[in-house]
Design a binder for this molecule. Structure first.
Ligand SMILES: O=P(O)(O)OC[C@H]1O[C@](O)(CO)[C@@H](O)[C@@H]1O
Length: 471
C-alpha cells in the first residue's frame, strides 16, 4: 500500500473527497457523535447482562471485568474525541493493515477522521476487546447475538409470508427436476421481484435501528412496503442482470458460480436465501458462495453462527417464532429449510457459507488484489458477484463523495479493470449515491435537503460487467 500524506486525509487514491467525521456536511459527523457512542453503550449494557450470570472469582468473570474497563475507555475516547490509538494484537493478520493505515492517516481523532476507516476500526477494536482474552468463552462471544435473534423472531410474520410466496413461485415457474421454465418473461418478473426483496431486506439493519418496535420492523419488511419502495429505486440495472443470468443459464457445459457478499443476519439473510434458492433450482448457476463475516460486525452482519441460527429457525420454527401463534406449526419454513439443506449437503455442495478476513478490514474493495489475493481470484472466477448493503457499496466506491451523476464504473475506480462482474443491491444510508441521470437528483429532492442518500428510503440495483466481451 502506498503511504498517504496528511494533505490527502480527505482524499483517496482517486483524489475525490471521502466522507469524514470532521465534515459537518457529511453523515459521518453525526454518526461519530451519536451512533458510535450508542453502539459502545449497547455493548456495555449487553456485557453487563452477560456478566450477571457469570460467577464471581472465576477467570471468565475477571476477563469480563477487564473487557468492561476497556469498553468504558473506548466510550470515553469517542466522547472526548481523543487521538485514535493503534489496535492491540489479538492474533488476527488484519491488525497490521489497520495500524499501517492509521499511521498514514495520523494524527486522527474520533471526530476528525475518514468515516469508513474509523467505523471499521471501531468494530475491529470492539472485537479485540473480546478476542484478546484467554478463555474461549469471550473469544467466541457474540455481544449482539441476542439482538440478532430477537430481530429474527420479530420478523416471523414477514419471513413466513416471504417463504410461502417463494414456494408458490417455485411451483409455478420452475420444474424442480430439470429447472426448466416456460418463458423467459416469467423469469424476468420473478428475478425482478427477488432482487428487490433482497435489496429492501437491507432497509432494517440493526445499526440504523438500535431500538425498533415489531410493528415498525414489519412495516418496513412486508410486501406492501416493498411495492411502495419499488418507485424509490434510483438506479435500476435489473434488465442487464436478467440478460446475464439467462446467458449463464444456457452455459451448462462449464462450472458456473455466483458469489454473494451478504450483509445482515435475520430477515435480510432469509431474503438472500430466497434469491439463492431460485437461482439454484432454476439452474441459473451450479453453485453459490455466500460470504459472511468472521466475527460480529456492524451489529447485525451475518456470521457463520447467524447463518446456522437462521437455518434452525427455518427447520424448527416452533422453537423460535413462539409469539406468532400457529406460524410455528406451518410446514412452509421446514420445506424451505430442506431445500436449502439439500444444496448445502449435495456432493459437491451447491451452496457454501464462508467468511474471509478481508470483509472485516477497512479496505476499499479496489485493494482486493493487494490484501486478499486468493479471495480476489475466486471472485474473478465467478460469473457474478453480488454485494449487499450500504457498507459494501461504500467500499466499492472507496467511500468517495462522488457527484450523483458519476457513472458507477467511474466511481468503482480500479475495480473496473479487475475482470469482475459486480452487482450491488444497496439501500442508501450514506453520503453518496452514483449512477444517476443528470437532473435526476432535482426530481428526487427538489428542496436539496440531501436526505435521500441517507434515510434508507431509496435504493440502487447497479451492475457493472468488467469481464472482457467474447469476440
Ligand atoms: O448494513 P449496511 O447496509 O451495510 O449498513 C450499515 C450502515 O450503518 C451505518 O453506519 C449507519 O446507518 C451506515 O451508514 C452504514 O453504511
Amino acid at each position: 500500500m502506498t503511504a498517504r500524506s496528511k494533505e490527502d486525509l480527505w482524499h483517496l487514491e482517486s483524489g475525490i473527497d471521502v466522507s469524514h467525521s470532521g465534515n459537518q456536511a457529511s453523515i459521518a459527523f453525526n454518526v461519530a457523535r451519536v451512533s458510535w457512542p450508542k453502539i459502545v453503550s449497547t455493548v456495555i449494557e449487553n456485557l453487563n447482562v452477560a456478566l450477571s450470570s457469570v460467577e464471581q472469582d472465576t477467570q471468565i468473570r475477571a476477563e469480563g471485568d477487564a473487557i468492561f474497563d476497556e469498553l468504558q475507555q473506548l466510550r470515553s475516547e469517542i466522547d472526548r474525541s481523543s487521538t485514535i490509538p493503534p489496535l492491540l494484537g489479538d492474533g488476527g493478520n488484519d491488525i497490521e493493515g489497520y495500524n499501517m493505515e492509521l499511521e498514514t492517516l495520523r494524527p486522527v481523532s474520533w471526530h476528525n477522521s475518514p468515516w469508513m476507516y474509523t467505523e471499521c476500526y471501531l468494530f475491529r477494536r470492539l472485537q479485540t476487546c473480546f478476542a484478546r482474552r484467554k478463555s474461549e468463552f469471550w473469544q467466541e462471544y457474540d455481544i449482539w447475538a441476542e439482538q440478532k435473534l430477537a430481530n429474527t423472531k420479530m420478523s416471523g410474520k414477514v419471513i413466513f409470508e416471504l417463504v410461502e410466496w417463494f414456494l408458490a413461485l417455485r411451483s409455478r415457474f420452475i420444474d424442480p427436476k430439470n429447472g426448466t421454465s416456460p418463458l423467459l418473461a416469467d423469469h424476468r418478473i420473478a428475478i425482478e421481484d427477488l432482487l428487490q426483496i433482497s435489496l429492501w431486506g437491507n432497509t432494517a439493519d440493526l445499526l440504523s435501528l438500535l431500538a425498533i418496535s415489531p410493528e415498525e420492523l414489519q412495516s418496513r419488511q412486508g410486501f406492501q412496503a416493498r411495492k411502495h419502495l419499488k418507485n424509490n429505486l434510483v438506479v435500476d440495472d435489473t434488465d442487464q442482470v436478467v440478460n446475464l443470468l439467462e446467458q449463464v443459464r444456457a452455459e451448462t457445459h462449464r462450472d458456473r458460480e455466483i458469489h454473494i457478499v451478504v450483509d445482515n443476519a435475520g430477515f435480510e439473510l432469509i431474503s438472500d436465501l430466497v434469491l439463492v434458492a431460485y437461482l439454484l433450482c432454476g439452474n441459473f448457476t451450479d453453485k453459490i458462495v455466500l460470504h459472511g463475516k468472521k466475527f460480529p460486525w456492524y451489529v447485525s452482519d451475518a456470521t457463520q453462527n447467524d447463518f446456522d441460527t437462521v437455518l434452525s429457525s427455518l427447520s424448527s420454527p416452533g422453537a423460535v417464532f413462539t409469539d406468532h401463534g400457529r406460524l410455528g406449526e406451518s410446514s412452509s419454513l421446514p420445506t424451505f429449510y430442506s431445500l436449502i439443506r439439500s444444496y448445502l449437503c449435495s456432493n459437491p455442495p451447491r451452496l457454501t457459507f464462508t467468511a474471509d478476513p478481508f470483509w472485516t478490514t477497512a479496505h476499499p474493495f479496489a485493494r482486493l488484489p493487494t490484501f486478499a489475493h486468493n479471495l480476489y481470484k475466486s471472485l474473478q472466477d465467478a460469473d457474478l458477484v453480488i454485494f449487499k448493503g450500504d457498507l459494501n457499496y461504500r467500499k466499492l466506491i472507496a467511500g468517495g463523495r462522488w457527484p450523483a451523476d458519476t457513472p458507477f464504473e467511474v466511481a468503482i475506480g480500479p475495480l473496473k479493470d479487475m475482470n469482475l462482474r459486480i452487482l450491488t443491491l444497496r439501500t442508501c444510508k450514506g453520503d453518496t449515491c452514483v449512477g444517476l441521470r443528470k437532473g435526476q437528483v432535482e426530481e428526487i429532492d427538489p428542496a436539496g435537503k440531501g436526505e435521500w442518500t441517507r434515510n434508507g428510503q431509496f435504493g440502487v440495483i447497479s451492475f457493472f460487467d468488467g469481464k472482457p466481451k467474447e469476440a
